[in-house]
Design a protein. Structure first.
Length: 374
């Protein structure tokens, strides 16, 4: 299998038109403390809250926003709830990858008739600011895609949410929007989920990477990237490949206790400023040796940014036929070695940094070895 680049992701008839990522909701152990972390370290603004003070008795949810990115952090107030069971099994993790649509009813009908497992039939929620319609389908593991129709709603987030009584003064770090979300699935299941996105959601295969592309001496993985018709939603799907030792995908599956969202890639327009500020605030990133930079310009050609600045911040560089990209990956942001973030700046490039895979993998393996999980 070789790396395959599709020339176009445009579908002839898009039966599932998508407008972009609406929000990403995490089930967490302590949403109040998690919200503080995302505000102080990442510069998100607390824009909405739902909980006992707003009439919601079984949970507390904090909505954080930076530019077009919305994160929702939810904690159960009932130890026997589905939220608590999810957290007990997976730890802090992504439950909902919610997609903004014009018609949540049609989105539900079109996907379920093509084989999607229903999570939530189209349901209307309303308050004094109008109404939204939300539906949902299952994807890999316990992860769910919600379809959110909000064209008739003018509130701060969704019905049931209110403006917070207390807000921290925060300084954004330059995060703009979600670039892609990566899922890890079991060995042998990647192609099944690629077919799910193709057949059920009308996505197209954008890129394929095999174990020759993504491997080191010790471990490897397989990955395929699917994208919707307009290219605004991209989901890489990873599975383990045979190697001498445990791959990062196997480690994730072991500690998450099943498939789930591995990392969220967020775009910035000035990665040097963004990563520099995140480092000053204590965010830890994976490390690649200085030798990576000795010949990187021979591989990627001329770039606009000073190489010494990129080297100082440990930012990686790659090029494709459309341009180049700059990227860096955090260490896991929780005690379980599961979820992490990618910060990416695209200077024309539409790919995912294939030229950096080996250096990135070796960096991840060093962290796995430190944890005793390689």
């Amino acid at each position: 299998m070789e790396t395959n680049v599709m020339e176009s992701t445009t579908t002839h008839v898009d039966f599932l038109p998508l407008n972009g990522t609406d929000h990403i909701e995490f089930y967490v152990g302590n949403a109040k403390q998690s919200a503080y972390y995302y505000q102080t370290a990442w510069g998100y603004e607390l824009v909405a809250y739902a909980g006992p003070e707003t009439g919601v008795r079984d949970r507390a949810s904090y909505v954080l926003q930076q530019e077009k990115i919305r994160l929702v952090l939810t904690t159960s107030l009932d130890p026997n709830s589905e939220i608590s069971q999810h957290h007990q099994q997976h730890g802090d993790g992504v439950k909902f990858l919610s997609i903004w649509v014009d018609d949540a009813t049609q989105s539900f009908e079109e996907t379920t008739k093509r084989g999607a497992k229903p999570y939530m039939e189209p349901t209307r929620f309303e308050d004094e600011n109008g109404y939204v319609i939300i539906s949902g389908i299952y994807t890999y593991g316990d992860t769910v895609h919600k379809f959110v129709e909000r064209k008739n709603y003018n509130g701060i987030f969704l019905p049931g949410f209110k403006a917070p009584n207390h807000k921290l003064s925060v300084t954004p770090v330059g995060l703009k929007h979600v670039d892609h979300c990566v899922g890890n699935v079991e060995l042998g299941k990647m192609n099944d989920w690629v077919r799910f996105y193709e057949d059920v959601m009308g996505f197209k295969l954008l890129l394929t990477f095999d174990d020759k592309d993504i491997s080191t001496e010790y471990s490897a993985l397989m990955s395929k990237v699917v994208s919707n018709g307009n290219g605004w939603i991209k989901f890489p799907i990873n599975e383990p490949a045979e190697g001498k030792k445990k791959s990062q995908i196997e480690e994730y599956l072991d500690f998450y206790y099943g498939p789930g969202v591995q990392h969220i890639a967020i775009e910035t327009y000035d990665i040097i400023e963004t990563v520099g500020e995140l480092r000053r605030r204590g965010i830890e990133f994976l490390y690649v040796p200085d030798t990576y930079y000795d010949d990187v310009l021979d591989r990627v050609g001329e770039i606009d940014e000073p190489l010494e600045e990129l080297k100082k911040l440990n930012i990686l560089i790659d090029r494709d036929p459309d341009g180049y990209l700059l990227q860096i990956f955090t260490k896991p942001v929780e005690d379980r070695p599961t979820l992490f973030y990618e910060i990416i700046q695209r200077k024309g490039a539409k790919s995912f940094g294939k030229g950096n895979f080996k250096a990135l993998f070796e960096s991840i393996e060093r962290e796995q070895a430190n944890r005793g999980n390689l």
